[in-house]
Design a protein around this ligand. Structure first.
Ligand SMILES: [Zn+2]
Length: 284
């Protein structure tokens, strides 16, 4: 799933390429693509695109008076739609702009590969969009967190730090990959309970988040399209069996139904091997 760096760089590229383009129409291509009934997307017709922003893992395709809040979910993209075919493969919704023809990028297609079909669009009033669903439940932006703020969040409810980092209500923008990378950089067990972490830990985790996000952003901004997950930089995520780049121990994995926790025992758990808790597969 694209996380903060991928979505941010995607938003920046779209802003450069599409700001000022006038929306002609918005076309949902599946019954589930548009999550809202009012305000109507038509309110943005004839309006120039202000920018494509980001909040958490959401893209904010901003017009006046409405903003389209887009969630890419698993493998979603907002791609230049050259063909504008009636039933594009994986197509969820289409933004059509005024232009000279299809080839000049007159349309953007929200696509989602795979079978989940959860990518979606919320059409919301631009004024107050951050304080309305689906954005109102998000925690602070991961890369803007301060240590004392993070410590307060740690203490609100004790949970495994890996789960905490992935929980968008706690911290917005991180996912499975960056949770692994942040725990490794912070030399923290992914299973450490947040309620037991102190001010020094909060400081270390903030530094680890900034470092991992900056690395991802630098890589993602060097590209002209969004990376696929296997290309993204990292030290432990998806690298089970490879040597830890810090200490040389073997990177390990704990498998869950929806994700994998990768960690280095020497760097993070004092050598302790974390149990592959298979019952969790049935509890999820
Ligand atoms: Zn290591």
């Amino acid at each position: 799933m694209p996380e903060l760096p991928e979505v941010q760089a995607h938003a920046e590229r779209l802003t450069v390429d599409y700001t000022g383009r006038v929306l002609r129409r918005f076309v949902p291509l599946t019954f589930t693509a548009l999550k809202t009934a009012l305000p109507a997307p038509e309110e943005a017709y004839g309006q120039p695109l202000q920018e494509v922003g980001r909040r958490g893992k959401y893209l904010l395709v901003a017009f006046e008076p409405v903003t389209f809040v887009v969630h890419l979910m698993q493998g979603g993209r907002l791609l230049v739609d050259v063909k504008q075919s009636a039933k594009p493969r994986g197509g969820q919704a289409r933004f059509v702009f005024d232009g000279d023809g299809n080839a000049d990028g007159s349309a953007l297609l929200l696509t989602e590969q795979g079978t989940e079909r959860k990518a979606g669009v919320w059409c919301m009033p631009t004024a107050g969009v951050l304080d309305s669903a689906p954005l109102d439940h998000l925690g602070p932006e991961a890369d803007r967190l301060e240590p004392d703020e993070l410590l307060a969040l740690f203490r609100r409810k004790s949970m495994r730090v890996h789960g905490f980092l992935r929980e968008q209500r706690c911290v917005a923008g991180l996912g499975r990959r960056l949770a692994n990378e942040v725990c490794h950089r912070a030399k923290l067990s992914p299973f450490a309970m947040t309620g037991k972490l102190g001010p020094d830990d909060a400081q270390t985790v903030v530094a680890a988040i900034r470092d991992a996000v900056a690395e991802g952003l630098e890589y993602e901004r060097s590209r002209d399209d969004m990376s696929s997950s296997k290309d993204r930089p990292g030290r432990v995520h998806g690298r089970a069996g490879e040597p830890c780049p810090v200490c040389g121990d073997t990177v390990r994995a704990v498998e869950y139904s929806g994700y994998t926790v990768n960690y280095c025992a020497t760097c993070q758990t004092g050598g302790k091997i974390l149990a592959d808790n298979t019952t969790s597969k049935f509890l999820k």
